[in-house]
Design a protein around this ligand. Structure first.
Ligand code: FES
Length: 167
């Protein structure tokens, strides 16, 4: 049993049960691997291949095809701010630049403590709820600076607690 199977046993079982064939679960398994390692690693690919009963080369080619998987290291929290036109009309562009300043990073950069990566993306289909972003693929909507500061603090506290073994 590999690391992912040990750490995410229930989630993996529930996900596999949704599909008639293990191979069909490769994308949700890649999400789990990315969550565990911060990006798609050879180790994660090997484990997903084992879980889905696939060749690692096939898993790697799928991970390389889709933009929601990253082979570069990301922060624990991967913030993707939509700045497409409808969101931009609701202040998303300015919000995105404010967020980068708040984190002290450039576009696509990662904070020095490794907690956050932030970048802009195109439409996430929540156009009426801007400014919005997805954090590790969970939507955060109708944001403003105060709400965002509170979220950043909560996520950073959680990341540091986990790093220090308190969680
Ligand atoms: S334009 Fe931002 S979610 Fe659609």
């Amino acid at each position: 049993m590999n690391t992912l199977q040990q750490k995410y046993a229930e989630r993996i079982t529930v996900t596999l049960d949704k599909y008639p064939d293990k191979r069909s679960a490769v994308m949700p398994m890649l999400y789990i691997a990315q969550e565990e390692y911060g990006h798609i690693t050879p180790e994660g690919i090997a484990q997903v291949a084992e879980i889905c009963d696939m060749d690692p080369t096939q898993v790697k080619s799928i991970a390389g095809f889709y933009t929601m998987y990253s082979e570069k290291p990301k922060g624990k929290y991967w913030l993707q701010v939509c700045v497409d036109l409808p969101c931009a009309l609701r202040g998303a562009d300015e919000f995105h630049h404010w967020l980068l300043d708040e984190l002290g990073i450039e576009e696509g950069g990662t904070t020095a403590d490794g907690v956050f990566t932030a970048e802009h993306v195109m439409c996430l289909a929540a156009c009426d709820k801007a400014p919005m972003l997805q954090c590790n693929f969970h939507f955060e909507e109708n944001l403003d600076k105060d709400k965002m500061r509170a979220k950043l603090k909560a996520w950073r506290d959680e990341a540091l607690a986990a790093k220090n073994g308190k969680k």
